[in-house]
Design a protein. Structure first.
Length: 276
């Protein structure tokens, strides 16, 4: 009787495994490519809607028209994209270089935290777009106002996320390690920094998108190059297709930089886990 039950159970398990192989695989594929499938569905609906409704290209160009424009005007788009990309990197890099050390000072100095932190929070409440005309007034029409605006808009997320990451380490663990004779630099290198990395990179990912927005806003206000400037030119010429192509290039810059940061985070997390 026991052998019969075991045989039946093995058959049930085998049938479940055999019948269950396909749905999990399909589910995994769907989850992996869900964003691509959704984007494809939206583009397909967009294309069909434009063709069926007969809407003019001035109001809403078809995806195929935008793709064609991306190919035809690619040299023009890439030349302006390089300018915007450089402004984003300069602004974001400045925010990292200044934000990380300031976060360390705020964390290790209670006096500095009480005196500077409220001022930084108050300054963050000011919409950065209202500063753009002032930056142009004081810095001119060159690269400086765009870089400064990208810096200002991306600085605060880096600062806050780093401070929160440094504060996330359990105090009892710190006290225990100190009681064993560990120095502060050892605690920072072995405990605080690894614990803070997820928060730091979370701030980086938010900041890189904001840096793109800041650079483009600066180009809207005062520029003779860049994707923001090109988009304004497309608007003035009622070239909606070029406008959409410019938006795609701006989005591509943000996505590429996000993926680079994500890959860097995974690499550093792997090294951290390997060290542990």
């Amino acid at each position: 009787m026991s052998d019969t039950q075991n045989s039946q159970q093995r058959k049930i398990v085998a049938a479940a495994i055999k019948g269950g192989k396909r749905p999990p695989l399909l589910r995994q594929l769907f989850e992996k490519f869900s964003a691509l499938l959704l984007a494809s569905a939206i583009i397909l609906f967009w294309q069909i809607y434009v063709k069926v409704s007969g809407i003019t290209e001035f109001v809403l160009p078809a995806p195929t028209a935008i793709a064609e424009r991306l190919i035809v005007d690619f040299p023009l788009l890439i030349s302006h994209a390089v300018i915007t990309f450089s402004e984003v990197i300069a602004g974001f890099g400045s925010a990292v270089i200044i934000g990380l050390p300031m976060a360390l000072i705020i964390f290790y100095s209670p006096i500095f935290e009480r005196s500077i932190y409220p001022i930084l929070i108050a300054l963050q409440t000011v919409p950065k777009i209202v500063l753009a005309p002032l930056l142009v007034l004081y810095l001119g029409y060159g690269w400086a106002p765009k870089i400064v605006l990208a810096f200002l808009i991306s600085f605060f997320p880096i600062l806050i996320s780093t401070v929160i990451g440094l504060q996330s380490l359990d105090k009892d663990l710190v006290n225990m390690v100190r009681s064993m004779g560990a120095k502060e630099y050892q605690i920072f290198h072995k405990l605080r920094l690894p614990a803070a990395l997820p928060n730091v990179f979370g701030g980086f990912k938010v900041a890189i998108y904001l840096a793109v927005i800041g650079a483009v806003i600066g180009e809207y206000v005062a520029a003779e190059q860049g994707l923001g400037y090109l988009q304004l030119q497309a608007n003035s010429q009622f070239d909606t297709t070029l406008n959409f192509a410019t938006v795609i290039m701006i989005s591509a810059i943000g996505v590429c930089l996000y993926l680079i940061l994500n890959a860097l985070e995974k690499r550093m997390s792997f090294r951290r886990d390997s060290a542990v």
